[in-house]
Design a protein around this ligand. Structure first.
Ligand code: NOJ
Ligand code: CA
Length: 691
């Protein structure tokens, strides 16, 4: 199903003679009329814009500029030579996702800017305004005085209109595995996050934040800033000016004396602002996907969302090792067969096996990690063909693992052989990873060089019919629409930190912030489902800082088409709560964010595509709370069996994390459920249609 209306409207050009600051004003509104953008040139001829929401200024006059290594900056002396507007409306179908159909309605304003003197360079500035926010980007056409360019900085400003409450992580060029801080905008202090003891690499050059960065104004408006369609460009961090309440793009750099190398014609990524009255609307928004191009993959029928177990947590718990030397190797043939049996017996689709290939003896802490992996040579105690064949016989797919240890040149040299092996084995998912500082030295995980590398991997994988789940890569920017084999990404301080971080692990509030921040970028491989919360006996000093019911709720709260049951099989065997993990969907017809407040709690309901069954997850921070859920999302006229996995009355994330109760009852679309969430707790519910 695809409806599309594209209308070209006559150019709208209004002269504003009253303000001396602005000499030419052009504006465009969202379809609902609630968001209004004004674009103009300032007195010195700089391009600028402002955003109003419901008649109030939300982003005040903000300038736009570029600086180049070899050319004069593109800032002043500009004029608008042409403006065009367009209305667009379509509904498109996701091959997999949080929902099947996505509406995309926007009004577009395209302004042609040109320098009046000198090089007479030109660019188009394109704004797309939707009801849930906006995106804008620069489109540089082919032109006489602008060919190859070396951009030293893009200076796109976002001037805020208040000292908002902000949920932020530092503007790290190398990693997204920081906890969120909650402060007023003027109190953002990213530099205090340098030198974190548990990060394999980190580089925070200035007081900036990574995106998505989410804010709440004192008027109760929610805002989130990020970028869409990050292709052949550097990731954006936003430098903070605490006095001016202003953010300016600070692109991720490298050893080079420029940050982006491009050649006209080219477009920048979309600079995106989500705007909502309700926190949950940020999550329901599909703005980031609407700003990306439609799928370039013709056949997506082979892409199957899945649940998986892994020879993985046992290494993080130090029960076994990735390396074979030492005699505690996790990825042995026998162990793999044991996990396959467990998966097959419990309807789990796939098994990830880490540490299967030679090289892990040297993977970390070695300065020269180039060449340690070849991605095709298994350790002698791991018979890859036998494992894959056994899995096939038992209906369990194997997920390939490529830890590159950030030795990117080695990985690129091996790509064709590595993916040929995957295809030969009939595997169609891979987990990639980039632990450590990037080799070659002076590159960063989020810069243009690496953005291009990740893209190369995605396109190679697509050619071999492989879906990618990538760890330690640049933040998702909605490219999964264009490349639906881009399944999930980590880009977060994941569950693994609970196993070994020396700072106490992820606090209970973590996953009440993540849905409103990181999750706005796309699917997350958080790896939920730990039942042995206290991590005994191998990790007496660490623990998961949630209740068990909270872990169950994460299967609904955190969206991913590749969702892990992360704990050890022996911790699931015979455990009644495991039924929820077996039952829960991974591909959704629709999603409703029923309620939530950032950093406090969130309640999400999702309907499974194939079955029409519904699942609900709610998680809270350190605070105990009662929530009331009206089940009006259920189909009217039907009775559903609700199975509720709730915290026991005296459950607590630290004192009593594994105490829960399972209750069953019949409900309809008219029902209402009163639910108790323990401190650090949660609730998970499956709703199966009865008649
Ligand atoms: C870090 C990843 O996040 C983790 O999931 C993986 O087990 C290790 N690297 C080893 O590749
Ligand atoms: Ca990681």
């Amino acid at each position: 199903m695809k409806k599309m209306i594209a209308l070209w409207l006559p150019a709208l050009l209004l002269l504003n003679l009253s303000g001396c600051k602005k000499d030419l004003v052009t504006s465009i509104e969202s379809p609902s009329g609630e968001i209004k953008i004004e674009v103009f040139t300032l007195a010195d001829g700089q391009a600028a814009y402002a955003v109003q929401y419901q008649g109030k200024m939300l982003v005040d006059t903000s300038g736009l500029a570029f600086e180049f290594r070899d050319d004069p900056p593109l800032i002043n002396g500009l004029k608008i030579t042409e403006t065009t507007t367009r209305k667009f409306s379509e509904t498109w179908e996701m091959p997999w996702g949080e929902q099947r159909f996505v509406d995309s309605h926007f009004n577009e304003l395209k302004l042609a800017f040109a320098e009046k003197e000198g090089l007479k360079r030109k660019f188009d500035l394109v704004f797309r305004v939707y009801d849930d926010g906006l995106g804008f980007r620069f489109e540089f056409p082919e032109q006489e005085n602008m060919g190859e360019v070396f951009i030293t900085e893009e200076r796109t400003e976002f001037n805020l209109t208040g000292d908002h409450k902000v949920w932020w992580t530092p503007g790290d060029w190398d990693i997204s595995e920081h906890l969120y801080s909650t402060t007023r905008f003027s109190e953002i202090d990213a530099l205090s996050k340098r030198n974190h003891p548990n990060l394999a690499q980190t580089h925070i050059p200035v007081n900036a934040v990574n995106t998505p960065v989410t804010m709440k104004t004192d008027d109760g408006v929610y805002l989130s800033f990020h970028e869409a369609a990050l292709i052949n460009y550097s990731s954006m961090t936003l430098a903070i000016d605490p006095e001016k309440l202003s953010m300016t793009t600070n692109l991720v750099g490298s050893w080079r004396d420029y940050k982006v190398e491009q050649k006209t014609p080219f477009n920048t990524p979309w600079r995106m602002i989500q705007i909502a009255d309700r926190a949950g609307d940020l999550i329901e928004s599909k703005l980031i996907l609407n700003l990306n191009e439609p799928s370039k993959m013709e056949d997506t029928s082979w892409l199957k969302p899945l649940k998986y177990v892994g020879i993985w947590w046992e290494m993080h718990l130090d029960i076994s090792t990735w390396a074979m030397a030492g005699g505690r190797h996790g990825a042995t043939t026998d162990n793999a067969l044991r996990y396959i049996d467990f998966a097959a017996d419990n309807g789990i689709d796939a098994l990830l096996i880490e540490g299967w290939n030679t090289g892990w003896e040297d993977w970390i802490g070695t300065a020269n990690r180039e060449g340690i992996y070849d991605f095709v040579t298994p350790y002698p105690d791991y018979d890859i063909e036998a494992v894959v064949n056994y899995g096939r016989a038992r209906g369990v797919d194997i997920i390939m693992h490529h830890e590159t240890s950030a030795a990117v040149t080695t990985y690129e040299q091996q790509l064709d052989t590595a993916y040929a092996l995957i295809e030969h084995l009939g595997i169609n998912a891979v987990k990639t990873g980039y632990v450590g500082t990037i080799i070659p030295e002076g590159e960063y995980h989020h810069n243009q060089f690496m953005v291009n590398h990740y893209q190369k991997v995605i396109e190679t994988a697509a050619r071999h019919k492989v879906a990618v789940n990538s760890h330690e890569s640049a933040m998702a920017s909605g490219l999964r629409r264009t490349w639906p084999n881009k399944f999930a990404m980590e880009n977060i301080r994941g569950q693994e930190f609970n196993a070994w971080a020396s700072d106490g692990g992820n606090p209970p509030e973590h996953l009440t912030i993540v849905p409103f921040t990181r999750m706005l970028a796309g699917p997350i491989d958080y790896t939920p489902g730990i039942f042995n919360i206290k991590l005994g006996p191998t990790k007496p000093d660490n623990q998961v800082n949630t209740t068990l019911a909270h872990q169950l709720a994460l299967y609904v709260v955190l969206y991913s088409p590749i969702q892990m049951a992360a704990d050890l099989p022996e911790n699931y065997e015979g455990h009644p709560a495991f039924q929820f993990i077996k039952d829960v969907g991974v591909d959704w017809e629709q999603t409703r964010v029923l309620d939530g407040e950032i950093g406090e709690f969130v309640t999400i309901a999702r309907q499974e595509r194939e079955t029409g069954n519904w699942f609900l997850g709610s998680v809270t921070n350190e605070d105990k709370r009662n929530i009331t859920v009206r089940t009006d999302f259920l189909e009217p006229g039907f009775t559903y069996l609700a199975r509720i996995y709730a915290d026991a009355p005296d459950a607590h994330w630290f004192d009593n994390p594994t105490d829960y109760k399972i209750e069953e009852m019949e409900v309809t679309s008219q029902s209402s459920l009163n639910l108790l969430l323990a401190p650090g707790g949660g609730v998970a519910i499956s709703f199966h249609k009865k008649n």
